[in-house]
Design a protein around this ligand. Structure first.
Ligand code: 5AD
Ligand code: FES
Length: 359
């Protein structure tokens, strides 16, 4: 057996081994992808879970240097969905058999916002007697807020660390009270201890990011023992400060391959977690989501935001599916998943097996 195949057959990977896998090209990269798919099928079968994505609001109090909806981008028209619009999206998710919704928003932590989310979670829970699972992705909040939303019925929370290396974190966020690396870690710890199925993740192909950083990101996920991970290629947005470094990042193809390798290696390290095939994958490659599923991801988040608002939620440019209607997405997803030997699992929450086994 070659030393590469020896690494592939291990259950515990050292940082050096992770870096070797992340550097794989050509035939070795294909062997990595075969192994990660095999691992996923063995532990999780060929099922893909859906989360209907509701982009609740693009109002945001933060200045993340990569993000198109950052507070300082004056080109964006700001919106917040009405209660009826949110509940209509949730009912649509239920009708389409998606099983779960994910509410995502720009970051706010004022009282009105916190109360509103609590109310919306309770209302969504009333649909067909609590049949929809609820994921929240609403940024950094106090422990009390996280607890209130959990008590209201949300059971999963996504908070990407974005970069687990403190130095890199401050290259992509301003260094101030509003963007505090330690606080972000604390938030993830709070989510875990409250009992959420907690998800985190990073962008791949950021300026200044090294292979060493990426290997440490994977070890960070493993150390925190998170239930879910989302990773997608970085896409430079012209109306953000990080755009000035767009020539320092790998090509779109390289960012895509690196994202796929990150997903594949993490699947070997954490065989039972939920991993999303991020929409950003489809932006850099029309078959990006299928490729992510085929190397180890098992969740897709079709967009349910009313079409008239989607143009205003462009975290990065050329986001996929901005003009598609939700029911088009459904047929499209069935066909796309069948094309790679997978099937969409309808009417199920699709909880993380890793989480269920450890609780
Ligand atoms: N390119 C790729 N992903 C991005 N995100 C934000 N901005 C970009 C970008 N320019 C990701 C972040 C965030 C998620 C909602 O979208 O990781 O957590
Ligand atoms: Fe939206 Fe395919 S998922 S059109």
């Amino acid at each position: 057996m070659s030393s590469f195949d020896e690494i592939l057959s291990k259950h515990e990977l050292s940082k050096e081994e992770i870096m070797t896998l992340l550097a794989a090209e050509g035939e070795e990269m294909s062997r990595l992808f075969r192994k990660s798919l095999e691992t996923k099928l063995k532990h999780l079968d060929n099922c893909v879970h859906l989360r209907g994505l509701i982009e609740y609001s693009n109002r945001c109090a933060k200045y993340c240097l990569y993000c198109g909806v950052r507070a300082k981008n004056t080109k964006v028209e700001r919106y917040t969905l009405t209660d009826d619009e949110v509940l209509e999206c949730a009912r649509l998710a239920h009708q389409l058999g998606y099983g779960s919704v994910a509410i995502q928003s720009g970051e706010r932590d004022d009282k009105d916002f916190v109360n509103k989310i609590e109310y919306l979670v309770r209302e969504i829970k009333k649909i067909d007697n609590g049949s929809l699972g609820i994921t929240l992705s609403l940024g950094e909040q106090t422990e009390e807020t996280y607890r209130r939303w959990f008590d209201a019925g949300a059971h999963r929370y996504l908070l990407r660390i974005e970069a687990s290396d403190e130095e890199l974190y401050y290259k992509i966020h301003p260094k101030d009270k509003r963007h505090d690396f330690k606080r972000r870690i604390e938030c993830i710890d709070n989510l875990l201890s409250i009992g959420y199925q907690t998800g985190t993740g990073v962008m791949v192909g950021l300026p200044f990011q090294t292979l060493d950083n990426l290997a440490n990101d994977l070890l960070f996920f493993k150390n925190k023992d998170v239930a879910m991970v989302g990773m997608g290629p970085f896409i430079p947005h012209p109306d953000t400060p990080l755009y000035e470094h767009k020539d320092r990042i790998p090509s779109a193809k390289e960012r895509m391959n690196l994202t796929l390798k990150m997903i594949a290696v993490l699947r070997l390290m954490m065989p039972e977690i939920n991993m999303v095939a991020a929409t950003a994958n489809q932006t850099v490659d029309p078959l990006g989501r299928e490729k992510a599923i085929a190397v180890g991801a098992n969740v897709i988040m079709p967009n349910l935001t009313p079409n008239e608002f989607r143009e205003n939620y462009l975290i990065y440019p050329d986001k996929a599916c901005v003009n598609d209607k939700p029911d088009q997405c459904q047929t499209c997803l069935d066909v796309r998943m069948a094309s790679i030997g997978h099937k969409v699992l309808y009417n199920a929450w699709g909880d993380s097996k890793a989480f269920l086994n450890s609780h």
